[in-house]
Design a protein around this ligand. Sequence first.
Ligand code: AMP
Length: 135
Amino acid sequence: MDTIFSKIISREVSADIVYEDDIALAFLDIAPVTEGHTLVIPKKWSRNFFDTDEATLQHLFLVAQKIARSLQTSLGAKGVNVQCNSEPEAGQTVFHFHIHLIPRFGDDALVLWPQGSYEKGRATELAQKIKAAIH
Ligand code: AMP
Protein backbone atom coordinates (compact mmCIF):
# COMPACT_ATOMS: atom_id res chain seq x y z
CA MET A 1 0.00 0.00 0.00
CA ASP A 2 1.59 3.23 -1.19
CA THR A 3 1.01 6.25 1.03
CA ILE A 4 2.97 9.37 1.90
CA PHE A 5 4.32 7.42 4.89
CA SER A 6 5.75 4.60 2.73
CA LYS A 7 7.54 7.34 0.78
CA ILE A 8 8.96 8.68 4.04
CA ILE A 9 10.15 5.17 4.97
CA SER A 10 11.85 4.79 1.56
CA ARG A 11 13.24 8.35 1.79
CA GLU A 12 11.47 9.43 -1.42
CA VAL A 13 9.86 12.12 0.76
CA SER A 14 11.86 13.84 3.46
CA ALA A 15 10.76 14.12 7.06
CA ASP A 16 12.26 15.23 10.36
CA ILE A 17 13.02 11.79 11.73
CA VAL A 18 13.49 11.43 15.48
CA TYR A 19 13.74 7.64 15.83
CA GLU A 20 14.28 4.58 13.65
CA ASP A 21 14.80 0.86 14.16
CA ASP A 22 14.02 -2.27 12.08
CA ILE A 23 10.30 -2.11 12.88
CA ALA A 24 9.45 1.51 13.60
CA LEU A 25 10.03 5.02 12.32
CA ALA A 26 9.07 8.26 14.07
CA PHE A 27 9.07 11.76 12.64
CA LEU A 28 7.54 15.16 13.25
CA ASP A 29 4.03 15.76 11.95
CA ILE A 30 4.16 18.30 9.12
CA ALA A 31 1.09 20.13 10.51
CA PRO A 32 1.64 20.01 14.27
CA VAL A 33 -1.12 20.43 16.81
CA THR A 34 1.62 21.54 19.21
CA GLU A 35 5.38 21.87 18.77
CA GLY A 36 7.02 18.45 18.75
CA HIS A 37 3.88 16.58 17.57
CA THR A 38 5.36 13.24 16.50
CA LEU A 39 4.06 10.30 14.49
CA VAL A 40 5.23 6.75 15.20
CA ILE A 41 4.66 4.31 12.33
CA PRO A 42 5.47 0.69 11.53
CA LYS A 43 7.74 0.04 8.56
CA LYS A 44 5.48 -2.88 7.65
CA TRP A 45 2.19 -1.55 6.27
CA SER A 46 -1.07 -1.96 8.12
CA ARG A 47 -4.11 0.27 7.68
CA ASN A 48 -4.71 1.34 11.27
CA PHE A 49 -5.18 0.24 14.88
CA PHE A 50 -7.70 -2.45 13.88
CA ASP A 51 -5.42 -4.60 11.71
CA THR A 52 -1.94 -4.05 13.13
CA ASP A 53 -0.39 -7.31 14.38
CA GLU A 54 0.30 -7.83 18.06
CA ALA A 55 4.11 -7.80 17.98
CA THR A 56 4.22 -4.63 15.90
CA LEU A 57 1.66 -2.93 18.11
CA GLN A 58 3.59 -3.82 21.27
CA HIS A 59 6.83 -2.55 19.82
CA LEU A 60 5.30 0.67 18.51
CA PHE A 61 3.74 1.55 21.84
CA LEU A 62 7.06 0.94 23.62
CA VAL A 63 8.75 3.24 21.13
CA ALA A 64 5.93 5.75 21.60
CA GLN A 65 6.56 5.72 25.36
CA LYS A 66 10.30 6.34 24.88
CA ILE A 67 9.56 9.27 22.58
CA ALA A 68 6.87 10.65 24.92
CA ARG A 69 9.45 10.64 27.72
CA SER A 70 11.91 12.43 25.45
CA LEU A 71 9.25 15.08 24.71
CA GLN A 72 9.15 15.68 28.47
CA THR A 73 12.89 15.97 28.91
CA SER A 74 13.82 17.64 25.61
CA LEU A 75 10.91 20.05 25.12
CA GLY A 76 9.54 20.35 28.64
CA ALA A 77 6.16 18.81 27.78
CA LYS A 78 3.96 18.63 30.87
CA GLY A 79 1.71 15.97 29.33
CA VAL A 80 1.06 14.05 26.15
CA ASN A 81 -1.96 12.89 24.16
CA VAL A 82 -1.48 9.50 22.52
CA GLN A 83 -3.94 8.98 19.70
CA CYS A 84 -4.57 6.57 16.81
CA ASN A 85 -7.23 7.86 14.43
CA SER A 86 -8.64 4.74 12.81
CA GLU A 87 -10.90 5.02 9.74
CA PRO A 88 -12.23 8.24 8.20
CA GLU A 89 -15.07 8.53 10.75
CA ALA A 90 -12.35 8.90 13.40
CA GLY A 91 -10.42 11.46 11.39
CA GLN A 92 -7.89 9.16 9.73
CA THR A 93 -6.51 10.72 6.56
CA VAL A 94 -3.34 8.68 5.95
CA PHE A 95 -4.03 4.96 5.67
CA HIS A 96 -0.81 3.63 7.13
CA PHE A 97 -1.02 2.97 10.87
CA HIS A 98 0.37 5.76 13.04
CA ILE A 99 0.39 6.82 16.65
CA HIS A 100 0.12 10.56 17.25
CA LEU A 101 2.14 11.87 20.19
CA ILE A 102 0.96 15.37 20.96
CA PRO A 103 3.03 17.02 23.66
CA ARG A 104 1.05 19.33 25.93
CA PHE A 105 2.43 22.43 27.55
CA GLY A 106 -0.50 23.72 29.56
CA ASP A 107 -0.91 26.85 27.47
CA ASP A 108 -1.95 25.37 24.10
CA ALA A 109 -5.28 25.63 22.31
CA LEU A 110 -6.13 21.94 21.98
CA VAL A 111 -9.56 21.18 23.42
CA LEU A 112 -10.52 17.52 23.71
CA TRP A 113 -13.91 15.95 23.14
CA PRO A 114 -17.16 16.97 24.79
CA GLN A 115 -18.54 14.29 27.12
CA GLY A 116 -22.10 13.08 27.61
CA SER A 117 -24.00 10.80 29.96
CA TYR A 118 -25.99 7.53 29.78
CA GLU A 119 -29.68 6.90 30.30
CA LYS A 120 -30.27 4.45 33.17
CA GLY A 121 -29.28 0.88 32.15
CA ARG A 122 -27.70 1.87 28.84
CA ALA A 123 -24.08 1.63 30.06
CA THR A 124 -24.67 -1.91 31.42
CA GLU A 125 -26.29 -2.95 28.13
CA LEU A 126 -23.38 -1.58 26.12
CA ALA A 127 -20.76 -3.10 28.43
CA GLN A 128 -22.38 -6.54 28.05
CA LYS A 129 -22.40 -6.27 24.24
CA ILE A 130 -18.77 -5.15 24.10
CA LYS A 131 -17.67 -7.82 26.59
CA ALA A 132 -19.35 -10.58 24.57
CA ALA A 133 -17.58 -9.52 21.37
CA ILE A 134 -14.03 -9.46 22.78
CA HIS A 135 -11.87 -12.33 21.56
P1 AMP B 1 -4.46 11.18 10.57
O1 AMP B 1 -5.35 12.34 10.22
O2 AMP B 1 -4.66 10.63 11.93
O3 AMP B 1 -4.50 10.12 9.48
O4 AMP B 1 -3.00 11.79 10.62
C1 AMP B 1 -2.18 11.93 9.51
C2 AMP B 1 -1.15 12.95 9.88
O5 AMP B 1 -0.11 12.88 8.94
C3 AMP B 1 -1.66 14.40 9.88
O6 AMP B 1 -1.53 14.94 11.19
C4 AMP B 1 -0.77 15.10 8.87
O7 AMP B 1 -0.41 16.39 9.25
C5 AMP B 1 0.44 14.17 8.83
N1 AMP B 1 1.20 14.20 7.59
C6 AMP B 1 0.72 14.12 6.33
N2 AMP B 1 1.73 14.18 5.44
C7 AMP B 1 2.88 14.30 6.17
C8 AMP B 1 4.25 14.41 5.84
N3 AMP B 1 4.68 14.43 4.56
N4 AMP B 1 5.15 14.51 6.83
C9 AMP B 1 4.73 14.51 8.12
N5 AMP B 1 3.46 14.41 8.49
C10 AMP B 1 2.54 14.31 7.54
